[in-house]
Design a protein around this ligand. Structure first.
Ligand code: ZN
Length: 307
């Protein structure tokens, strides 16, 4: 089975606890409880040597909670309990602890379990900060189910809102010995990656793959095969990865979607054959895009380090 960075089977989400307010209260003050602070989508990390996430415990966490910082029950890892703690807008001294950084800066360097906990906390706090008001009637919402729901406070509405993640398909299109790599308009200079796009309402994943490829490069695909998936909370997606076979190789790049696209052979993608001047490089090692390319090339990217 393929397991990509930011996902981990080691977190027991223990969803049966979410409706048990008394139990959640006990867990909040438990001695084996750790809080994952998130400040504006940034995670607290100690960057000395191998980067390590910094979790809060005890008095510092309790002071923030008393002050009104949002807590979200994440689950258990072995004997420990984790909550996300949104400290955005709160005074939180970080001296001696670490610094708040974008997970994407250090994600590839983290152990799988730690990376997935930080990604989960980031995704949940992001959703809460953007759903303070009801999308149906506009009244304020309140947190429920230990952070896994928000409920409209308008008695005539009471709409329930659930954390959401937006599905996006990502696909390596190949034909014979070549694969198709493109450059999005906002990619760092030189980076080439797989094609990708959001799934639209009323569409299957396979339909979305075919539509996106046709929209971006006017190529029809067949044999769309599922590869693996990856939570990608930057800010709120899950990437569903595919390999897809092109019916033809002529491409017509849609300039409003892509800056450029090109077919690359296995030979051209060998590390020793890639240009050394920065004009061509592959996507980040923690991305499913890289995994899709590496697996197609036949040399495994290798599993992420495990804790
Ligand atoms: Zn409402």
């Amino acid at each position: 089975m393929h397991r990509n960075p930011y996902s981990s089977a080691e977190i027991d989400r223990a969803s049966h606890h979410r409706e048990d307010d008394d139990h959640i209260e006990d867990l909040l003050v438990g001695s084996r409880t750790k809080f994952v602070p998130v400040d504006n989508e940034r995670n607290l990390v100690n960057k000395h040597g191998q980067p390590q996430p910094v979790f809060l415990q005890g008095m510092m966490a309790r002071a923030l909670i008393r002050g009104g910082a949002t807590t979200i029950f994440l689950g258990h890892v072995e004997e420990e309990t984790y909550f996300a703690l949104d400290v955005t807008g709160f005074e939180m001294p970080t001296e001696g602890l670490g610094e708040f950084v974008d997970l994407r800066q250090i994600g590839p360097l983290l152990f799988a379990r730690e990376g997935s906990i930080l990604a989960y906390a980031r995704g949940m706090t992001y959703w809460h900060r953007r759903h303070k008001f009801c999308g149906v009637c506009g009244a304020p919402t309140r947190i429920a189910k230990a952070g896994h729901e928000r409920v409209c406070t308008n008695e005539d509405c009471k709409a329930q809102h659930f954390p959401r993640t937006d599905p996006a398909v990502i696909m390596l299109v190949h034909h014979g010995d070549k694969c198709l790599l493109g450059r999005g308009r906002h990619f760092p200079r030189g980076m080439h990656s797989t094609l990708a796009g959001f799934v639209e309402p009323g569409e299957s994943f396979e339909d979305a793959v075919a539509r996106e490829v046709y929209e971006e490069v006017k190529v029809r695909v067949k044999n769309v095969r599922y590869h693996s998936s990856q939570p990608w909370p930057f800010p709120a997606s899950v990437m569903i990865g595919f390999h897809a076979e092109a019916e033809s190789t002529e491409i017509d790049v849609n300039q409003s979607e892509l800056e450029s696209a090109r077919w690359m052979s296995r030979e051209e993608l060998l590390p020793e054959n890639l240009p050394k001047d920065g004009s061509f490089f592959m996507p980040r090692k923690d991305s499913i895009a890289r995994r899709l390319i590496e697996d197609w090339l036949g040399h495994e990217a290798g599993p992420p380090p495990s804790a």
